[in-house]
Design a protein around this ligand. Sequence first.
Ligand code: FE2
Ligand code: FE2
Length: 190
Amino acid sequence: MLTERQIVQVLRFAELAYEANDKFHTIEHAKESARISLELAKAEGGNEDVCWVSAMLHDISRGLCEKNGCDHGSEGAKYAKEFLVAAGGFDQQLVDGVYDSIYFHNKEFLEGPIERQIVWDADKLQSFTLDGFKSRLCTYWYERLGEKWLAKVKSEYQFYYDRFHTKTAQLIIAKHRPSIEAYINSLEAQ
Ligand SMILES: [Fe+2]
Ligand SMILES: [Fe+2]
């Protein structure tokens, strides 16, 4: 179990790190990912501490890597590990689990520890409710691609839809799918 002090340490470190990120990858995105990852961890039997810390820190290198062209999963995993080791008191199993989950959160994989699967799902789930779909996926691609945004959104929606790992997340996305598809159809009819 994480101590009160460790939770505060992670939150403080995350708040600073996320300042370098764009508006889609803020500390709120991290906190929402962490909240969802705890729900998934309870439902799927994952280690809650590993899931929470990983989700809180998963995008800590996003802003830096957008500038430098590095891989923000690999870079973030290293950075998180450095922080946890330097902070002290986090056990080795947690440090290793966090490293793995952050490393893989932006990479395709078929198998792996349940925590890795949970963190991957928790990060993406936010874009799979109708509100999240509009405010995250649609807005992100509209601002980057202009006219061609809808085709990209549709392919990305399907790409990630097929890559959720946990049963719990798959049930959630299936529930929201009809409203998202109706919204896509309404856009295409315009
Ligand atoms: Fe990410
Ligand atoms: Fe993320």
